[in-house]
Design a protein. Sequence first.
Length: 494
Amino acid sequence: MSKKAADNTAAVGAKNGAGYPENTMEKLISLCKRRGFIYQGSEIYGGLAGTWDYGPLGVELKGNIQNLWWKRFVLDREDMYGVSAAILMNPDVWKASGHVGGFADPLVEDVKTKKRYRADHLLEEVGVEAKSLNIEQMDALIKEKGIKSPEGNALGDVRQFNMMFKTNIGATEDEASVSYLRPETAQGIFVNFKNIVDSFHPKMPFGIAQIGKAFRNEIAPRDFIFRVRELEQMEIEYFIKPPVSENDDTWKGLFDTFFQEQMTFLTEDVGLSKSKIHKVDVPAADRAHYSKHSVDTEFDFPMGQKELLGLAYRTDFDLSAHTKASKVDLSYFDEAETDTSKKRYIPHCIEPTFGVGRLMLAALADAYAEDELGGEPRALLKFSPKIAPVLVAVFPLMKNKPQLVEKAKEIYSALKKAFPGRVMFDDNGNVGKRYRRQDEIGTPFCITIDFDTVEGGEKGDLKETVTIRHRDSGEQERLSISALNEYLIGAVNG
């Protein structure tokens, strides 16, 4: 990121009242690489825009967020069924869903370099709200305002560009072999609706949930892991009885319930600041073709207020479209319905959708802080214990004292069994440097094994106790080894 872009990023954060330290995005990108959260994809070959690789700590952070989501929305409920559908699907799926004909972005080409850019993004950068504008209106405004490409060159006409990655299946490359990398995970749920009904006979209402990869041919990926070409989604299609009339709005109760669950997940599970979360009702002109009602949840990122989550009432659009295109009956026979004329129907659905990368970026940005401790400046990640990739680090006070190292490894091994993947052993450098290192990766607790642990201190009452240090305050307390598990479990569940 250039200095000018970094300065703009900081200014936007301050404008939105987000309170981020100066140049937060630039610092986060550096921290994520240095500490093993996120690396540029294919970096040794110069990288590939819009692709990112997750290092050891990034994998754990992502996994913790996904596990919390799966627990809240699937495991803790009795009306949810999980699937994991194939990324490659019959191309007729995407024709029926409307993606082949309608999944497009407005693009404009630099007449000199031939690079393409999102027309709506270029307009937004000069203060024009472009969400509700059509192609002709965008084209006219770009010409009227004399907007140039980022390289300063003239731009061509605005055109629609399909965002799906096209590929070929089989030995030959022709129209008959064309397929697509899925641009969303939702269609994998809809095409498996009949399978779930036939296998499990769920009672209405019920949901099908999935975590998986999706791919979008973004012309201008940007803002670190916010806008990328390869992403992960966590989505639910929750099926309900269709309204009995145009005025029947019983679906709104479930819609609002899911919105509240989304908020609870963001604040209580992921630990995001409530003040940075905003509910935005999507106007009809901006809704997707399948949606009758949509609400976006936006978040104050360092680069401004942007979409984080979505919630849509998709009606029966998808199941009806696939029934018509596939000639397979995707209706539901409701044995609980007393009116025989209404026993068979095509359900409507409510869709809560979550982007894993955007959740990670929100968690990283919201956790990033700078302060002074012990007279020295420090940078830290104030992760909730629920998502912190390392929950606790274990230190021997001195690495050259066998009795301390042996005891530290004993405690480390025991904690690893209780919190697999979330415990780190660190004996590199002095304790102060270890604290700073753990602060920077967001470790909530550090446990130090000292001579009192093994010898008991002057009164002998400190044997089998350790020092536990708190990340945010830097405060320390003495705790018995036997109480560590319960203490840490309480922190994670609190």
